[in-house]
Design a protein around this ligand. Structure first.
Ligand code: PGA
Ligand code: ZN
Length: 421
């Protein structure tokens, strides 16, 4: 059904790290209004769509987004207002065409994404259906995703000596969404008790996980396995398993991988992961190698792809073309899905469809810079991808997504919980 947009406007607001981002409000011709908060990353892939920042050192150290807001209020509003639109895909394609660059560098992926998300939300509201039922399915059924709780932070998200960025606990064996969130929160609290008992401080990283003064990933894994047990769960795929996002592009130096001060060749890094998978209940590794190392990625996939999920983030950038090429090359077996890496809802869904059709997993993801916006919770349910990561089960902007999933589960008792089949 065709629709009109009467107005799109953006405001510079703060994200969860105290850096500027956009809040975009779209009003449809029938008066329906919806808002969207734009996420922002720290460990970004080089081929991500461009987040437009002002570069004025006098404001927010150059990080202001007044120019991107201006592009929403000006060029994008002029494009959108006062003509009929067939659907969201047409709006997204028109915004990309107006931008005119391959990576949204002129108008800004932050500007374009904010409009895309707000239009989707407004159209769902106008239709009187929740966003998770308005967004098109990708898998054969909608489902409640396994939440991957980032309980311990390092890398670009914390000032500690830990090179690996994210250690996640994933309640694969939970019977329901509510029990999954409970398991994540209970393990998080058990981990806090362990850290205090061992004399570590319990300060948090950007995604709400603890950021203790630890350097070796195996030491962290030992602590987490113990915390899973303390909380009364079974470590492993029948209970609470572990997922890693080392974000290895960030510690790729001098042609190798520097972990706790020691340089590893790409093959040595793969061997270290293989040993970790042998010793610990790890079921998923994201960005185990850097985007600079496609040859290593192929080796990693060959050696571990049958045993664990290998998720491409920095190397894929939620980009349908890049993902399609990687599938052809046999790189990874899953993709991280971040709406702002590609910059429209339509292209995000296309990336997920390509993964689904190739049998690649999809993990919908927040960014380290977030707002209370819960779009990604609805996206994960709608597409039926079965996986989401939204940081720790703590801090408002992280739990907003998990709480949204609990509410969806309560509203739709027929929705199944768990990984896609
Ligand atoms: P980012 O980190 O949002 O800082 O890029 C998240 C990730 O690497 O998955
Ligand atoms: Zn990542």
């Amino acid at each position: 059904m065709a629709f009109d947009i009467s107005n799109a406007t953006a405001t510079e607001v703060l994200d969860s790290r105290g850096r500027p981002t956009l809040s975009v409000v779209v009003t449809l011709g029938d008066g329906t209004t919806a808002e969207a908060g734009v996420p922002s990353g720290a460990s970004t892939g080089t081929r991500e769509a461009v987040e437009l920042r002002d570069g004025d050192p006098a404001r927010y150290g150059g990080g202001g987004v007044l120019g991107a807001a201006h592009n929403v209020d000006g060029e994008l509003n002029d494009l959108l207002a006062g003509r009929p639109w067939a659907d969201l895909a047409e709006v997204d394609a028109a915004m990309c065409a107006l931008d005119g660059t391959p990576n949204k560098a002129r108008l800004g992926a932050n500007a374009i994404l904010g409009v895309s998300m707000a239009v989707a939300r407004a159209l769902a509201a106008a239709d009187g259906v929740p966003l998770f039922e308005w967004l098109p399915p990708v898998a054969s059924t909608r489902r409640l995703p396994v939440p991957c709780f980032n309980v311990l932070n390092g890398g670009a998200h914390a000032p500690n000596p830990l090179d690996f960025q994210e250690f996640m606990v994933c309640p694969l064996g939970a019977p329901t969404m509510r029990e999954a969130v409970r398991a994540g929160a209970e393990v998080y609290q058990a981990l806090r008790r362990r850290l205090v008992a061992d004399g570590h401080d319990t300060g948090l990283g950007d995604e709400g996980g603890f950021a203790p003064n630890l350097a070796e990933p195996e030491d962290v894994l030992r602590l987490i396995v113990a915390a899973i047990g303390d909380a009364g769960y079974t470590p492993g795929v029948d209970g609470v398993a572990i997922a890693l996002d080392p974000a290895a592009s960030e510690f790729f130096v001098d042609g190798g991988y520097r972990v706790a001060g020691r340089l590893h060749s790409s093959s040595e890094m793969v061997a270290r992961y293989a040993a970790m998978v042998d010793e610990f209940p790890i079921w998923s590794i994201e960005d185990g190698l850097g985007e600079q190392d496609p040859v290593g990625w192929k080796r990693l996939t060959g050696e571990l792809g049958a045993r664990v999920q290998l998720v491409g983030d920095d190397n894929f950038c939620t980009n349908p073309d890049i993902i399609a090429a990687a599938i052809g090359d046999g790189i990874a077996n899953a993709a991280l899905i971040k709406v702002n890496q590609i910059g429209t809802v339509t292209e995000t869904l296309e990336a997920m469809r390509i993964c689904h059709d190739a049998g690649y997993g999809q993990m919908v993801s927040h960014r380290s810079g977030e707002t209370p916006d819960t779009f990604i919770a609805d996206l994960a349910v709608a597409t039926g991808c079965g996986q989401i990561k939204s940081g720790a089960p703590a801090r408002g902007e992280r739990v907003a997504k998990y709480n949204r999933l609990i509410r969806i589960a309560a509203e739709r008792p027929g929705l199944r919980y768990g990984l896609a089949e």
